[in-house]
Write a new protein. Structure first.
Length: 227
């Protein structure tokens, strides 16, 4: 059983690009992320859907979508009850600062506890640079810090950011980043970047991530300052 992310939802195919790229970057960094799969949605499913909004969403999401493994019995991470290991907390904060994840705050942690282990979910709000008007002109500003890291639910526990920084960056070598970006379907790139050459768009994502992970990493300095 999988939880489907609809390409016809508010943020469109760019959210699916974020979900795939950031989710697989997290996996490459050794962080716990449920399996991600491509899922074809048949619009015939809308035929028996009585809710008009969901009916429209299914029709708008016809074709290739993304889904993540359903974790049965999992519960939402509670920052009051659960205290993560400082090294794991630091690794998650580092990753979220890298991909500019605005969705890991106290009010919406987007983390689950499953079999007494922390799992990261919902990365559709990461890489928000590709929602900006400049992105259509090829501008992404990979060296920008990430001030919103100050609201990260695990920041208080992330006391080994300095120690894990180099190792985390080293894990994301050019081949790894190029491979992950290469998994993005052309149909998502085309829908999310109308009028642009798809090879150039794919290269732009790769360049952004390569430059962002290269030293000096402003997002790490920002996180240390926020602590």
């Amino acid at each position: 059983m999988y939880v489907l992310k609809f390409r016809g939802a508010a943020q469109g195919p760019r959210a699916l690009i974020s979900e795939l790229v950031s989710g697989e970057i997290a996996r490459a960094l050794g962080l716990p992320v449920p399996e991600l799969v491509f899922a074809e949605l048949d619009p015939e499913l809308a035929r028996t859907e009585p809710d008009p909004e969901i009916h429209a969403l299914i029709l708008d999401s016809e074709g290739l979508n993304i889904a993540l493994d359903y974790l049965p019995g999992s519960v939402t991470y509670d920052p009051i009850v659960q205290r993560p290991d400082p090294v794991l907390a630091s690794r998650i904060v580092w990753f979220d600062a890298l991909v500019s994840n605005v969705d890991r705050a106290v009010r919406n942690t987007n983390m689950l506890m499953w079999h007494r282990r922390l799992w990261l979910i919902d990365h559709g709000a990461t890489l928000y640079f590709h929602h900006a008007p400049e992105w259509q002109r090829g501008i992404s500003r990979p060296r920008d810090p990430f001030p919103m890291i100050k609201s990260h639910v695990l920041l208080r526990y992330a006391n080994t950011l300095d120690a894990i920084d180099e190792g985390m960056a080293h894990a994301l070598d050019p081949d790894m980043i190029e491979t992950i970006v290469g998994w993005v379907p052309e149909s998502w790139l085309a829908a999310g970047n109308p009028g642009r050459d798809l090879a150039d768009v794919r290269s732009a994502y790769t360049r952004y991530l390569l430059e962002r992970v290269s030293a000096p990493r402003a997002f790490v300095k920002e996180a240390l300052g926020a602590r």
